[in-house]
Design a protein around this ligand. Structure first.
Ligand SMILES: [Zn+2]
Length: 246
């Protein structure tokens, strides 16, 4: 009794139980959801099944607008990601956009090693561009694990910049809309979020913030033995904003 239809039946059973529990705990919850969604946050993360945005942040349905793809990449020509960002910023009026990478990301590992995995190689190529841009720094790091985790963070920094220079954000900031972009990482090994200290709101020079973040990443991973990944985490609530306005 373990064929696929049984497994899918389980999902529907769990769904009915969850819906009933929510309605018991919060009478009228779904009725109020139907009326509107007013999320303050947009999450741009990896498709990896171990990185579920709502569970990690303790947010309920209606509280975070989510876009996920392999290795949390934002490409200037990706209408899917750009449309999601536009809807979140212009219609939902989110106040914070988090680009969230995660340590041990398979997409980042493949990009670093150059391992062929198929069609997705073309997508992963965007991370290889990041790898090539920081080739000297990555090669100077003491071991492979440090290089993978450093590239996870560099990729987040790169994608924060890509969001920031999109026409959606340029236009939003030009009309005075308050929306901030943050670069975070998630530790699958401990379940904790970390703030990379790269938070931009259109008022400060983007290039300086990016370069300062890269310097911090270089310093952090040049001595990985001293890194305790959970230390310095800003907690698991998105309301904890970046503290280091590099
Ligand atoms: Zn990943």
């Amino acid at each position: 009794m373990s064929d696929k239809s049984d497994t899918l039946d389980d999902l529907f059973a769990h769904n009915r139980a969850w819906s009933a529990q929510m309605e018991r705990d919060r009478p009228g919850f779904f009725t109020s959801l139907v009326k509107q969604q007013t999320p303050r946050y947009m999450w741009i993360g990896c498709s990896d099944s171990r990185v579920p945005a709502n569970q990690i942040t303790g947010l309920e349905p209606g509280e975070v607008f989510v876009h996920r793809n392999v290795a949390n990449i934002v490409v200037h020509s990706d209408l899917n990601a750009l449309s999601a960002i536009q809807f979140a910023v212009e219609h939902l009026k989110v106040e914070h956009i988090m680009v969230v990478g995660h340590y041990g990301c398979a997409g980042v590992k493949a990009a670093l090693s150059g391992k062929r995995i198929g069609l997705a190689d073309n997508w992963i190529r965007h991370i290889q561009d990041v790898r090539d841009r920081h080739h000297v720094m990555l090669e100077s790091l003491p071991d492979e694990d440090a290089r993978v985790d450093a590239l996870c963070e560099l990729n987040v920094a790169e994608q924060v910049v890509n969001v920031a220079v999109s026409t959606v954000m340029v236009d939003a900031w030009a009309r005075g809309q308050k929306v901030k972009i943050h670069g975070w990482t998630f530790g699958v090994h401990d379940g904790l979020l970390q703030d990379l200290g790269l938070s931009v709101d259109g008022t400060q020079p983007l290039d300086a913030a990016y370069k300062a973040t890269v310097q911090r990443i270089r310093h952090k991973w040049s001595k990985p033995g001293e890194v305790v990944r959970s230390v310095g985490a800003q907690g698991t609530q998105p309301k904890a904003e970046g503290t280091d306005q590099a």
